[in-house]
Design a protein around this ligand. Structure first.
Ligand SMILES: NC(=O)c1ccc[n+]([C@@H]2O[C@H](COP(=O)([O-])OP(=O)(O)OC[C@H]3O[C@@H](n4cnc5c(N)ncnc54)[C@H](OP(=O)(O)O)[C@@H]3O)[C@@H](O)[C@H]2O)c1
Length: 324
């Protein structure tokens, strides 16, 4: 079968399309014929050696995949060949076939495409769990979402009020993205390519700042967002690309003097029962049409480098995915 392997940590050139053996499911696993494999921001960092996985190259890339179950292991009960599923995979999702622990497979709701379903396991569940277990917005609180038109960001914008926030402030990098997140319910959206975006947000909060900052961008956007935190506010750090930059001594001092707090979030570190509690709630919101899914940037496996270039260009909206 065709697969995309990572052969080192030297950026895009370390991605190679190769012919390898189709994986075989273990007794507790299923074999999925992959129809859409999502590309995650962390996988872009992985190419540059900035996000490590406990594997030594070469290995097949891809944390997740959506597709049709082709075979089930001898101990698998609830899933049958022919079922449509999406989930975290064990063998690498950027391939024609992938194996996955059956317990991690999520049945795809009716009316949802494979591409749309590929947003659920990491982007959707990270957003839902981040709000439920880390940010815990209260009915009077405002919440700031960075990269709001990205994969996780679009979920956050739609879920923040459902999970308790009063006001959603969205940051995104183009007028098209700003319009979309406003349509999805953001109370105030601003293009942070504009030089005065910080003043715009401060004005929108009547000068008080925001109660919760969801920190994914780091760098200057992260620094300015941090300054927008209201007294007793909290920042949830879930996409730190450079922890020292995101969380140096000045920030600690700001937290102390303003009675603020910082909370980390990492979906792989959640307990299985915590993830399990989020799945039915998120699927219900999707099935009810209260959460819309965005997956229109499709690339064949052989164009994997172009797919990463698109993600890195900051021009994409929602999910970028591969179609084997
Ligand atoms: N902690 C966890 O468990 C967890 C789980 C999933 C994802 N994450 C994090 O959540 C964030 C979003 O992930 P995602 O997979 O949904 O990606 P994504 O948001 O789809 O990524 C693409 C968008 O990110 C924005 N962006 C911000 N800084 C960027 C940069 N330096 N280079 C390129 N794009 C940048 C761009 O939008 P604008 O130009 O509009 O800003 C871009 O269009 C990432 O930081 C990721 O690491 C964390």
């Amino acid at each position: 079968m065709k697969a995309v392997q990572l052969t080192g940590y030297e950026g895009l050139k370390s991605l190679k399309v190769v012919e390898i053996q189709k994986p075989r499911p273990k007794p507790t696993e299923i074999l999925i014929a992959v129809k859409a494999a999502g590309i995650n921001f962390a996988e872009s960092e992985l190419l540059d050696g900035k996000y490590r996985v406990p594997k030594t190259p070469p290995f097949t890339m891809g944390f997740e995949a959506a597709g049709i179950v082709e075979e089930v292991g001898s101990e698998v009960g609830r899933i049958q060949p022919g079922d449509k599923v999406t989930g975290i995979v064990s063998s690498g999702g950027y391939a024609e076939y992938a194996t996955a622990e059956a317990s991690l497979a999520i049945p795809i709701p009716g009316g949802i495409s494979f591409a749309e379903a590929s947003t659920i396991p990491i982007q959707g569940l990270s957003a839902y769990a981040l709000l439920k277990f880390a940010a815990k917005p209260q009915p009077s609180e405002s919440i700031l979402v960075q990269a709001a038109a990205g994969g996780v960001g679009l979920y956050l914008v739609q879920l923040a009020k459902i999970l308790g926030a009063k006001t959603v402030i969205a940051l995104a990098g183009s007028p098209e993205k700003v319009n979309l997140v406003e349509d999805l319910g953001a109370d105030f959206a601003v293009n942070y390519a504009e030089s005065n975006w910080v003043e715009q947000v401060r004005t929108a909060t009547q000068g008080t700042g925001v109660d919760i900052v969801l920190e994914a961008a780091s760098g200057e956007i992260g620094a300015q967002s941090f300054k927008l935190l209201a007294p007793f506010g909290r920042v949830v750090i879930y996409g730190a690309r450079n922890v020292h930059d995101t969380f140096g001594p000045d920030r600690l001092q700001q937290l102390i003097y303003n009675n603020q707090s910082a909370i980390g979030f990492n979906i792989p570190s959640l307990r299985p029962e915590q993830i399990g509690a989020c799945v039915p709630e998120l699927l219900r919101l999707i099935s009810d049409g209260r959460v819309r899914l965005f997956a229109s940037h499709s690339y064949p496996l052989v164009e994997v480098r172009q797919a990463f270039e698109a993600l890195r260009s900051r021009h994409t909206i929602g999910r970028v995915f591969l179609t084997p």
